[in-house]
Design a binder for this molecule. Structure first.
Ligand code: ADP
Length: 177
């Protein structure tokens, strides 16, 4: 059975991530989506909430059966080996992704020659989407419905205090408050 691990911050999961999951399922029998519990970037959503959002989004997309969601801390290759996965899945959006991903893939291969990294090119329609961009737009009340699944949008709204584009538009200007 071909098992792969798809590691990332997923803060939150986006439609770009979901597209990679769907495509990885065409290649692998099982996929473990692995949420990095202690990333260098300070996450907005806690690890349990990120996992919960991923689980609901995957199930809403009808992909639950061959996907599991877990968290990990430490080396990705160690997590992959513990799950008997011989592949790590990553997505590539732009040249800027390539530089860091190349370095990561070489390092991981060095650490664990039995674990290889498989890359999927981001879909044209999701290539511009990133979790950080989505958070920034949501923070200022912008529309993110096309970029993230509903569970992620709801989690972001909760984390940001329930603000929505409509709420922001309805707020009185500072002068009339
Ligand atoms: P990390 O902090 O490990 O980069 P991310 O959650 O940002 O975690 O991304 C996880 C993986 O998904 C990375 O390989 C990233 O390049 C890929 N990815 C992120 N956004 C997209 C997208 N819109 N389309 C395709 N792949 C993506």
């Amino acid at each position: 059975m071909k098992v792969a691990v798809y590691p990332g911050s997923f803060d939150p999961i986006t439609n770009g991530h979901l597209d990679i999951i769907a495509r990885a399922l065409e290649v692998f029998d099982r996929l473990v989506v692995a949420v990095l519990a202690n990333p260098r970037k300070a996450p907005l959503l806690g690890v349990e909430e990120r996992m919960d959002v991923i689980r609901r989004s995957i199930s809403d997309a009808g992909m639950g059966e061959r996907v599991s969601v877990d968290s990990f801390d430490g080396l990705t290759v160690a997590f992959a080996q513990a799950r008997s996965a011989r592949s790590i899945v990553r997505g590539l959006r732009a040249i800027s992704d390539f530089e860091t991903e190349l370095q990561l893939a070489h390092t991981n291969r060095r650490l664990a020659p039995g674990v290889d990294t498989v890359f999927f090119m981001a879909a044209v329609e999701h290539g511009y989407v990133s979790s950080s961009l989505v958070k920034e737009i949501a923070q200022f009340g912008g529309e993110i419905g096309e970029m993230v699944p509903p569970a992620a949008e709801a989690a972001l709204r909760r984390a940001l205090g329930g603000r929505s584009a409509a709420d922001v538009a309805e707020q009185p200007s500072p002068r009339v408050r």
